[in-house]
Design a protein around this ligand. Structure first.
Ligand code: ZN
Ligand code: ZN
Length: 166
């Protein structure tokens, strides 16, 4: 999969047309706490740009998948989400995204990343009663139930010998 193209040529809209539609799909490398987008997660981006008096209005729509890791059992699950965003960028003043709409090409990468990250959670739990990992052996307790208990491990490795009838 190709990297998501976020560069939009806005020359036409500035010179003649009143609006422009841009579509692109691909991936971005985004890591945010236990969430990740990599080259297996497709992002669909649509941007509609409308020329207004001394500004451009950007209407962004995103559909994307990402992987999120459970904070307790570290299981990785795919999630689908979507985001939409409306931004009005002025020709005369600066904006938070460092986008200069007087240029021929604008890059909406910072808007796209912000929209995606705003959908991600700081902590992810795969299910309400996730049992997490065994603190002794690290096995996922949703899948296995460990039979050893803490005492057995803390005892000396020779303790089992005392139980043998020699
Ligand atoms: Zn879990
Ligand atoms: Zn265990």
């Amino acid at each position: 999969m190709e990297q998501l193209n976020t560069q939009i040529k806005i020359n036409d809209i500035r010179l003649q047309n009143n609006n422009l539609k841009f579509k692109s799909c691909g991936y971005l490398d985004i890591k945010y706490f236990g969430n990740e987008i990599n080259n297996k997660n497709e992002i669909d981006l649509t941007v509609e740009i409308t020329k207004e008096i001394e500004s451009l209005n950007l209407d962004l729509n995103l559909n994307f998948t990402y992987v999120s890791e459970c904070s307790r059992c570290l299981d990785r699950n795919n999630k689908d989400d979507s985001a939409s965003f409306n931004k009005n960028l002025s020709t005369n003043s600066e904006n938070d995204y460092d986008i200069d709409i007087n240029n021929e090409i604008i890059d909406v990468l910072s808007i796209v990343s912000e929209a995606i990250i705003s959908k991600m959670e700081f902590t992810n739990i795969c299910k309400k009663d996730c049992k997490g990992l065994c603190s002794l052996c690290g096995k996922n307790q949703n899948k296995y139930v460990c039979s050893h208990d803490e005492k057995n491990i803390k005892e000396s490795p020779f303790s089992s010998l005392s139980e043998l009838d020699l």
